[in-house]
Ligand binder design. Structure first.
Ligand SMILES: Cc1cc2nc3c(=O)[nH]c(=O)nc-3n(C[C@H](O)[C@H](O)[C@H](O)COP(=O)(O)O)c2cc1C
Length: 303
């Protein structure tokens, strides 16, 4: 039987499958579907200091191979999330990762400090790449200098491994990844959603109030895989890859280009049990291809 454990350097996950932030609620919603202990880890929906209502509707638009979203990071605020995490932790031993958000650098720091202090939280993911907060999709991960300053600031106050989540909406993702690494990131995750546009032909207006929205799902897999490959070749810290994963084979593709683990996002909306199916498929695929463990193929793409 194939060995599925995923080595992140600072910890080992029992398998490489992690539901992505914003597509798995606050974990509890998925308890009726499967045992959360089966997951490598799980990431909660992004959180700010105070409750947020997010963007006005519509917030989702389907595309032929994915979805555009403009949720705008609606959420209950950090106090309420701490209660949710305590409840969730009582029901699962799977490592819980908090997706930390901020309107400015100070808020990122504050929120990171709050959740770093919780024993129930295993790691933090710094969401410096959400395209749906500011009009035009601007975010810190579009700029290497800003990324470096922000990661350095947050690292000073946290005592938990810090994963920095990157945006595909930049001309130099490798430069930003290197900036995050240089500032002390323990790992990098990529990608957040690609900026896209949907229009209403009758009204001659954009579908979304913010004009632009974030594209995810199978449509982005080749684009995301390329970015993960490029970043993996240029940084030493572990990389968690994501974008359009729907099968065990997709997961192995990301491992082959160098990812240490993966996140699965949009697929959770179409199929709440997708994570468990995908974990089973990885094992079957590895047995078929006679791969004994993930490190045997990690980063072994011959290109
Ligand atoms: C509805 C929706 C909400 C999301 N919310 C968050 C979020 O709160 N924080 C975050 O870092 N990423 C968020 N994302 C991005 C996903 O975590 C992931 O990076 C992206 O969807 C690409 O993976 P996928 O193609 O497997 O969905 C969201 C994505 C969707 C579709």
């Amino acid at each position: 039987m194939a060995e599925l454990s995923a080595d992140l350097g600072f910890c080992t996950l029992k398998n490489p499958v992690i539901p992505a932030s914003g597509t798995f609620g606050y974990g509890e919603e998925f308890l009726p579907f499967f045992d959360l202990d089966l997951l490598g880890a799980l990431i909660l929906k992004g959180i700010f200091r105070k409750p947020r209502s997010g963007n006005p509707p519509p917030r989702l638009a389907e595309t032929p191979a994915g979805v555009l979203n403009s949720i705008g990071l609606a959420g209950p605020g950090s106090e309420k999330l701490q209660e949710i995490i305590r409840r969730l932790h009582a029901k699962t031993r799977t490592p819980i990762i908090v997706n930390v958000c901020g309107e400015d650098d100070r808020e990122f720091e504050e929120v990171a400090e709050i959740f770093s202090a919780m024993a129930e939280v295993a790691m933090l993911e710094l969401n410096i790449s959400c395209p749906n907060i500011k009009k035009g999709g601007a975010c810190p991960a579009q700029d290497a200098g800003h990324t470096s300053r922000l990661v350095r600031r947050v690292k000073k106050v946290v005592r938990k491994p810090l994963i920095v989540k990157l945006s595909p909406n930049t001309a130099d993702i490798v430069g930003v990844a290197r900036a995050a690494e240089g500032a002390g990131a323990d790992a990098i995750s990529l990608v957040n959603t690609f900026l896209g546009l949907a229009v209403d032909l009758e009204k001659r207006k954009p579908v979304f109030a913010n004009t632009l929205a974030g594209l995810s799902g199978p449509a982005i897999k080749p684009l995301a895989l390329k970015l993960v490959w490029e970043v993996c070749r240029q940084v030493r810290i572990p990389v968690i890859g994501m974008g359009g994963i729907t099968s065990g084979r997709d997961v192995l593709d990301y491992i082959l280009v160098g990812a240490a683990a993966v996140q699965i996002g949009t697929v959770n909306f179409c199929e709440p049990g997708a994570a468990v199916r995908i974990i089973g498929e990885i094992e079957a695929e590895m047995d078929k291809l006679q791969i004994k463990n993930l490190s045997e193929i990690r980063g072994k793409l011959q290109a």
